[in-house]
Write a protein of this length. Sequence first.
Lengths: 523, 311
Amino acid sequence: MSRRDERAGELGPVELLRWSWRQLTSMRTALLLLLLLAIAAVPGSFIPQRGVDARAVQAYYLDHPKLAPVFERLGLFSVFSSPWFSAVYLLLMVSLIGCIVPRMGVYARALRARPPRAPRRFSRLPASAEFATSASVAEVMAAGRAALGRARIDVVDDGDTGELRAEKGYLRELGNLVFHTCIVVALIGVAVGSLWGYRGNVIVIEGGGFSNTLSQYDEFTSGAMFDPDTDLEPWSLDLDDVLTRFYVEGEQRGAPKLFRATGSYRAGDGEEGRFSIEVNHPLSVGSEDVFLVGQGYAPVIRVTDARGEVVFERAVPFLPQDATYTSTGVVKVPDVDGDQLGFQGFFLPTAFSPGPDEPSISVFPGALNPRIGMNLWVGDLGLDDGVPKSVYSLDTSEMTQVEDGDGNFRVDLGPGESQALPTGGSIEFVELRQFARFQIGHTPVVWLPLAAVALGILGLTASLIVRPRRTWIRARRDGSRTVVEVAALDRVPRDDLPADLDAFLARLRDGLDEQGTPGEDEA
Amino acid sequence: MSTAQMDQLAQISNYLMGSAFVILSIAFMCHVAEWIAARRRTKVAAAVAAGAPQEVTTDHADEPPVADRFVGVAVSLSVLGTILLVGASITRGLATQRAPFGNMYEFGMTGTAIALVVYLVMVWRAKIQWLGGVVLAVCLFILGMSISSYTPAGPLVPALNTFWKYIHVGSIMIAAALFMVGAAASVLYLVKERAEARGQVSPVLDRFPSAARIDQVAFRVNAAGFPMWTFGALISGPIWAHLAWGRYWGWDPKEVWALITWVVYAGYLHARVTAGWKGRRAAWLALAGFVTFIISYYVINLFVSGQHSYA
Ligand code: HEM
């Protein structure tokens, strides 16, 4: 610790503030904050994050009922918006800005400054040399200028003695400043994008549609400055067809080959058109983008009551659980002869029974032999509690499972088949449709962080490649000869300086165009 | 190309990968032999010196020392192994009709091939064959991990299949190759620096350049890797994620670790100019950076689920 640091305790508030500022913007603090940021990010990759996978957080609550509330209080389920994570990166930002601004001032002055005078003794510098030539001082200076190429050069020449001062490599500090500034700009871009942006998720079934209002989304998150009631652009789409193709042979049998959703859309300004959305090929409507992020099956299910009247007929999305598209889903029928029915179970696109009495599994993601297998509950679906219930899960706490003879009643249907219910009435698998899961969102200035980082890389590269170097040539007339001394100093020390100096000497003497006595390298 | 031809090419790729692994292992053993020879030779010299001091100066003066011949063999074998590995990547690419980095197996194979090419170019340009033993050790380790996660040749899920994916993974791979060579140099630096500080440079360590020179090589390689990593992890990655998933950054575990790697290497570059952090501590940071890369490459893929887990 320097003496100034030790005395900090005795200083008045202004000095203390200044001292703290100096500490905060020091290189060492920047380094420690960087490491702290890296460490702070680690839990966010091992503990499920609400913003990334809300269902995984729920599962964590179930698996670790004691630990989860503690994690919750520490903000570990949303590390990247937690106060402590924000504190680290905000401090880093302040430190960064506090570092950049003064350095810009220093750089601006350095840009206007002339190269410094030569030190008195060249032998103290990391590389120096001396030789004699018959050329005049003025000729040496001119040859030096030519041999240096692009550098800022001052020459002081009074006929008998001359001094050439050169400095190059100003781009290094410029690159460094550009890079650090770009980090700030990129982060501002990210902040703006998330404050004024939104992202939502919706499942649309073939033959169905979507119009861009909050209530239609299955999941929706938006930044603090985004008002979903007024800021969502009015547009809508109708989904005609979901096309899926899987590999049917070879090692990768069952791997997805192509997903495509086609239909028509109508933008807020009245523009209409057809769309064909594929993975990696989103649809842009107005300022918003529609991405295809998933797909699955939605069997159309019809339930009739004891009198044969249809009480439920709808395509029900079953959510895929694995690569074979074994999918889970729920059918809620609120009124069948006064009862509430809940079906819960699986959809298998290509059902295959490994043996008698063994449960079927799905062996291929394409719908080659689609079957639905579900159990049935009766009781209270909990629809009137006022608590919003997910359409994809069945709360059976107020329900009883329906039995049938020797075990639980099981629905087992292929397309076109129907089955009588023990409660009266019947259930039918009318036909199979597919659904598309769209991610819809708008991120303002999405280009800004990218452009900033791209520019930042240019700056960074410049600052890593460019070497700032000072070179001095001193020439003195001695009888009929001129004694020439040359020295160089790197602002960032490197080991190839002596070799570079040799090359420079060779160029210089080439320029003088004569064979003088060999130089004595004093380096 | 027919499926049969593609399967055949995939088979050839597997053979090439296997032979590359064997050849590179032998090359590594040559480096080990180099160190053993260096130690033995000084022992002999010391014995000679103890018995007959006048003979010390004549010690194998006109024939190249055994250790150097081992290095020569090691470098030749490394060239051969690298050619085989490059061949394995190319045939794999032909067999799958896409760039060969669709899963961890291919990533390890192609990444190591690039790393070895980078290393051999540096042997050619900057005479860094002294780094060979350590580079090969790391390469064999990564190849071993890839083989342990072998995936049969096949096409990709559509989300992975785009121009930006190639740009993204390509730049990440080049950066990782540079970080790998840099990490090898940092390990050597730590060992050599410690020996120099104690004044006990063993004959084996004496075969390596000075700690200061090793440090310089480490810095240059890591510094070259950093902009590449920035481009791969923070530009092309987000662009691809935006096209495939509708968001450019989602705090997916793999993204988090890519950022951590970036931040740690930025810390390394800062440490190099911070008094008290130069040298040893900076070298440790470079190694920490490489460890974070291994975590994001291997651990995250295997043990944490996220959108990047290929399996
Ligand atoms: C997000 C935070 C930061 C990142 C990612 C970062 C990254 C880097 C990198 C990669 C370099 C080396 C390349 C170059 O020379 O241009 C560097 C150099 C530098 N950084 Fe930072 N930096 C950060 C924050 C800061 C802060 C807060 C300060 C101020 C205390 C600072 C001051 C410097 C200085 C002075 C150099 C030049 C060192 C030299 O002369 O070689 N940086 N930074």
